[in-house]
Design a binder for this molecule. Structure first.
Ligand code: SF4
Length: 223
């Protein structure tokens, strides 16, 4: 089984609660969504079979022991991941999955081989898309078997109702999962700061551990 891969590179993790770790990034080609704020729309890819991708990742293993599967949406290529993830584990890599959180059935097929899941919550006001609350609830219940955190992008068009639904989703699942509120990188952070601080206080008052974290790699000017 081959995968369509847009790029492979090493850098620091610039998002979420593991920000600052050195990761080998494997960017999968293609996504099932079209978020309004998306900044990842590669046009080219190369095909890799699992052994070749492992060899490519090993070139960076001296500086990083974690492979970050990102996209696009990696779970669209779950049949490849079913081969790749156990292979990476046997070669002492940790598997870190960045996902839009909308494909719970695919996650269920690979969850045993994933160490960390960075799960996006797609807020309709931010994405300009339909809501995915039911899929997100199912996804989160499966992801919670492993180390998982949630990430929601806050934009100028994010609504209070989005955040209320997000809080309901977390409360419905009865799971203690950290939440990262990340400002849209296309907008000056100070413009979104008051809004995010308001949402952070709402979530915190509901007992949700909530962090306000911008994309660090963009602030540092690294990939
Ligand atoms: S899920 Fe991620 S990669 Fe897909 S369109 Fe949205 S922001 Fe872009």
């Amino acid at each position: 089984m081959n995968a369509k891969i847009s790029e492979i590179f090493d850098s620091i993790q610039g998002e979420g609660i593991y920000m600052g770790e050195r990761h080998v990034f494997v960017r999968f080609f293609g996504c099932n969504l079209k978020c309004r704020y998306c900044d990842t729309k590669p046009e080219r890819y190369a095909e890799y079979e699992p052994g070749a991708l492992l060899d490519a990742a090993k070139r960076y293993q001296r500086v990083s022991g974690t492979i970050c599967y990102t996209g696009g949406e990696p779970l669209l290529q779950k049949d490849f991941l079913k081969e790749m993830l156990p292979l990476a584990l046997t070669h002492n890599f940790k598997n870190y999955l960045e996902t839009n959180g909308t494909l719970p059935d695919a996650l269920a097929e690979v969850i045993d081989y994933v160490n960390v899941i960075a799960m996006d919550v797609k807020l309709p006001g931010s994405t300009g898309l339909q809501q995915f609350w039911d899929a997100h609830r199912r996804f989160l219940r499966i992801a919670y078997k492993k180390d998982v955190f949630l990430k929601a992008i806050v934009t100028e068009s994010t609504t209070d109702a989005d955040i209320h639904e997000l809080i309901c989703m977390i409360e419905d699942t009865h799971l203690a999962v950290p939440l990262v509120l990340q400002p849209d990188s296309g907008v000056e952070v100070n413009v979104l700061k008051p809004k995010i601080e308001k949402y952070q206080s709402w979530c915190t008052s509901e007992g949700i551990a909530t962090c306000f974290i911008p994309q660090m790699h963009k602030l540092l000017g690294v990939k």
